[in-house]
Design a protein around this ligand. Structure first.
Ligand code: COA
Length: 342
């Protein structure tokens, strides 16, 4: 029998990219019945970056990926797998293959993972499985979303929350293992709380007109993003602390051992409530929501990249990361950051 060895996953490097167009709360207040005061006190958001008409999610992902490759001293051809986490694909058949081509990552398999704001954490956990079993050596994980293209900009209850962006991380096979624990959860019974539904053609009693025009028209329609803000808020602050605690229980660590709490950047009040429930002080909570709003799958890797680049995250720091959102899904992962190769 061939002996089976588990391998360690090491986060080699990170990268991120946000568009240049900046929409601040004051600008939004000129077109919507809202105010900087309402938005910033209820959400912590001051501004969001949105993609230009001639830009695509692939462009953003490409910049983030190239930064991660550069920092990790890797060539695109060193990649074995690309996991592209997005809910706002450039092409419903997937974005990963387009990114593979634009990077020139000719040796990499590539596929998409759709799991909204939990997507990056879930992709990281999926990548960890491929590394642990020894199948792949270098995996690029992308979290990218352009929800500005899917929200109704006349709906003040949703559009104020979202922004666009991309983040990247490279997971590498090593002897050391940076991933201490993880869990993924889903409650599909509550999926209606946050969704972008396919818009079915209005039902008529007449026979469907199966001609090219009908098919083309009916296949292009999606509703705008809809959300029950209060329910999503309650879901996040109840499930996330429990999930992080579950992860801690599978290790010998306690909440006090967490160096950084990195939550999906949905709302500053959610960050504060979760931290409070875990008895983690706010100076250990990473937050950049003020500048980007909720960038969905991109929010965690952007914050991770910024915290590492600015020297906040250091060798051996324990980072508790949790994503949550549409699905409803939520996923947590505990990482011990290591900058020194073993
Ligand atoms: N500007 C001004 N007023 C607004 C507004 C805006 N942008 N959006 C809503 N309002 C109004 C409402 O119409 C309501 O008015 P009323 O009292 O006259 O009916 C009032 O403000 C309160 O609205 P409510 O929906 O109760 O506010 P809230 O305190 O629940 O905050 C959210 C709304 C969306 C900020 C909050 O529910 C939230 O953040 N939820 C989580 C959403 C989230 O994170 N989603 C993504 C998860 S991945």
């Amino acid at each position: 029998m061939i002996p089976f060895t588990m391998h360690g996953s090491h986060i080699l490097s990170t990268g991120s990219a946000v568009p240049e167009i900046c929409i601040n709360n004051d600008l939004l207040s000129t077109v919507l019945d809202t105010s900087d005061k309402w938005i910033s006190t209820r959400t912590g958001i001051k501004e969001r970056k949105i993609i230009a008409e001639n830009q695509s999610i692939i462009d953003l992902a490409n910049i983030a990926a190239n930064k991660a490759l550069h920092k990790g001293l890797l060539q695109p051809t060193d990649l074995d797998l690309i996991l592209f986490s997005t809910s706002t694909p450039h092409d419903l058949f997937g974005s990963a293959s387009k990114l593979q081509y634009s990077l020139g990552a000719t040796n990499a398999a590539a596929f998409d993972i759709t799991s909204a704001c939990s997507g990056f954490v879930i992709a990281l956990i999926v990548a960890h499985q491929f590394i642990q079993t020894g199948i792949y050596n270098n995996i690029l994980i992308i979290g990218a979303d352009t929800l500005s293209q899917w929200v109704d900009w006349s709906d003040r209850t949703t559009c104020i929350l979202f922004g666009d962006g991309a983040g990247a991380a490279i997971l590498q096979k090593k002897q050391q293992n940076d991933i201490l624990a993880f869990e993924i959860n889903t409650d599909g019974s509550e999926s209606q709380q946050l969704s972008i539904n396919y818009k079915y053609p209005t039902k008529t009693n007449s026979k469907p007109n199966i001609n090219k025009q009908f098919i083309a028209k009916s296949s292009q329609q999606y509703e705008y993003l809809t959300m029950n803000g209060k329910e999503v808020y309650k879901f996040a602050v109840s499930k996330v602390p429990y999930s992080i605690t579950n992860c801690l229980h599978t290790t010998s660590l306690k909440a006090k051992d967490i160096t950084w709490l990195l939550l999906h950047q949905a709302n500053q009040r959610i960050l504060e409530t979760v931290a409070n429930k875990l008895q983690i002080p706010m100076d250990k909570v990473l937050s950049n929501i003020e500048f980007y709003g909720n960038t969905s799958a991109a929010s965690i890797p952007i914050a991770l990249d910024e915290a590492f680049s600015t020297g906040h995250i250091c060798n051996q720091d324990v980072i508790a990361i949790a994503g949550f959102g549409a699905g409803l899904t939520w996923a947590s992962i505990l990482i011990q950051w290591s900058t020194i190769e073993q």
